[in-house]
Design a protein around this ligand. Structure first.
Ligand code: HEC
Length: 105
């Protein structure tokens, strides 16, 4: 007999695998917004107006002059008072959040 539940589960696992394995490269600013609210808003402010001395305000386009590849390195490795997100966020998460930062101004 055909087991629909099993098929659905297999399909979900396949989709999950594809989304995590780099087959989907496009950065998603909507996912980035969730990452931002959880990990970044405590310093950079939920609306992009900084709430910490020295942290750029993305709503004023501060801190966004560098290309995505350079921002990725800053966020991965940390910079000055900003902690490193290596091991906390994967590169896809970081690229999603960078895409979101670029929508905040
Ligand atoms: C503990 C506070 C804090 C948190 C949390 C934080 N940041 Fe920062 N961030 C800073 C500070 C301070 C700077 C300025 C660093 C410097 O002096 O250049 C900064 C700089 C930046 C820059 C500019 C980097 C550059 O190369 O000029 C980006 C982009 C950025 N943060 C993104 C993020 C993102 C995305 C998150 C969440 C994943 C995050 N930050 C979380 C404090 C924070």
């Amino acid at each position: 007999m055909l087991n629909i539940g099993y098929l659905k589960r297999t399909l979900l696992v396949a989709l999950w695998w594809m989304s995590g394995s780099g087959l989907c490269y496009a950065a998603d600013p909507n996912k980035g917004a969730q990452v931002y609210a959880t990990h970044c808003a405590s310093c950079h402010g939920l609306s992009g107006i900084s709430v910490m001395m020295g942290a750029p305000s993305f709503a004023k386009n501060e801190g966004l002059m560098s290309p995505d590849s350079a921002l990725l390195i800053s966020i991965r490795g940390g910079k000055a008072a900003m902690p490193a997100y290596r091991g906390v966020l994967n590169d896809q998460d970081i690229l999603d959040v960078i895409a979101y930062l670029r929508t905040m101004n």
